[in-house]
Write a protein that binds this ligand. Structure first.
Ligand code: ADP
Ligand code: ASP
Ligand code: MG
Length: 409
């Protein structure tokens, strides 16, 4: 008998009919002889609705109270799914994150899981119940409700699988696996049968929201067998996230293309080029808890240089304000900003053993007249920042140039 954790996302539980569909799938899995723990998201659109509701009352919602509000979305779905299972004669019990005791730190709206009590779930499983747990939420050691960041139900699923030493964590969503890029942007995108953890980690961190990045980190750390599949399709193997060592066959050079539209660029012009300047500019930005992504410092001319970096677009105004203060302090000439940037990245472990990937990427973009504004690389990815209006074009032409639409590419 295997222990399986199944996570169903918002679209998969988007209305009562779909919840009944999930119940049928869960019942079938249990009838096949496995123990099943289910993690569910809020019904699609519900988390957005709750956030908007909160903002109608408090423009800048108090993080603790926001978590109290948004965590209710998942509480509704666990109850509904259990009812659907009970109607089918399947023994089922629902738990909120706090009831299981998914203990987190107290960073409201982006809490991290510290510990999970598994006793209650084990007892229920042993007495033949399906255990249904609310995704995206936990409780801190003072008993406050916390949430895990957008997309956090993936992380709940993987964390439960790790705690229970489950045989597999299955992430059921509205696509039948991980694709070479978002199939909504490139219809020719291909489903991957396998992708390595490292690649999935890069894809997730570079904007592919099919899995929340923390879920992939967790799976890597605790060696959870992780699979992405469709909740709307019968059968199908989905995409297995593998450890590189598991794969004996030759890897494709590029596995996928990730992108993120929510970038903004800030440039400090005419900064005196002296030691400590990067710290003087970025120190205050970091202190304000703003994540900086790509950074460029130009060659200096006449003793001054230009310094650019990117931040998430919703931090743009805050970052600009900070730089206005920094400007006088460091004696810079001007601050410029561009809030409509996007980042496109090609990802693949095969880059380690192949040269020419960057030049192919740059040539492809140049042929379309797309200007690259910033570049950053790691061992297995190359990212470029471009004007957001070229994003879809860039993803499409790169997908074609690297032949990701071809089987066996
Ligand atoms: P859920 O609500 O089930 O958590 P999400 O919307 O969070 O689902 O994630 C699934 C979506 O991720 C897909 O509908 C797809 O548009 C998007 N996506 C982005 N990049 C990829 C990719 N490389 N492969 C598959 N889906 C992707
Ligand atoms: N409901 C939460 C969200 O929309 C968590 C999740 O679905 O994973 O972000
Ligand atoms: Mg999701």
């Amino acid at each position: 008998m295997a222990l399986i954790v199944q996570k169903y996302g918002g679209t998969s539980v988007g209305n009562p009919e779909r919840i009944k569909n999930v119940a049928r799938r869960v019942a079938a899995a249990q009838a096949a002889g496995d123990q099943i723990v289910v993690v569910v998201s809020a019904m699609s659109g519900e988390t957005n609705r709750l956030i908007a509701l909160a903002k109608e009352v408090q423009a800048n919602p108090d993080p603790r109270e926001l978590d109290v509000i948004v965590s209710t979305g998942e509480q509704v779905t666990i109850g509904l799914l259990c009812m659907a299972l009970l109607e089918m004669g399947v023994k089922a019990r629902s738990y909120t994150g706090g009831q299981v005791r998914i203990l987190t730190d107290n960073s409201f709206t982006k809490a991290r899981i510290l510990k999970i009590d598994e006793d209650r779930m084990r007892r229920d499983l042993e007495s033949g119940h399906v255990v249904v747990v609310a995704g995206f939420q936990g409780v801190d050691d003072a008993g406050n409700i916390t949430t895990l960041g957008r997309g956090g139900s993936d992380t709940t699923g993987v964390a439960l699988a790790a705690a229970l030493r489950a045989d597999e964590c299955q992430i059921y969503t509205d696509v039948d696996g991980v694709y070479t890029t978002d199939p909504r942007i490139v219809p020719e995108a291909r489903k991957l049968d396998r992708i390595t953890f490292e690649e999935m980690l890069e894809m997730a961190s570079l904007g592919s929201k099919v899995l929340q990045i923390r879920s992939v980190e967790f799976a890597g750390k605790y060696k959870v067998r992780l699979r992405v599949l469709s909740s709307f399709q019968e059968g199908g193997e989905g995409t297995l996230i593998t450890f590189e060592d598991d794969i004996k066959m030759e890897q494709p050079i590029i596995s996928g293309i990730a992108f993120n539209r929510d970038e903004a660029k800030l440039t400090v012009l005419g900064v005196p080029d002296r030691p400590g300047i990067a710290y003087q500019i970025l120190g205050p930005v970091a202190e304000a808890n703003i994540d900086v992504d790509m950074i460029i410092q130009n060659v200096s001319h006449d003793g001054t240089t230009d310094f650019s970096f990117t931040v998430n677009r919703n931090e743009f105004d805050r970052a600009t304000k900070i730089l206005e203060d920094v400007k006088a302090h460091v004696g810079a000439r001007e601050i410029r900003g561009d809030r409509s940037m996007a980042k496109v990245s090609v990802v693949g472990v095969g880059m380690r053993s192949h040269v020419g990937i960057a030049s192919k990427m740059f040539r492809t973009l140049a042929e379309e007249g797309i200007n690259i504004q910033m570049i950053s690389t790691s061992e297995i990815k190359i990212s470029v920042a471009i004007d957001e209006k070229y994003l879809e074009l860039a993803v499409r032409v790169l997908h074609k140039a690297f032949e990701l639409d071809q089987v066996g590419a």
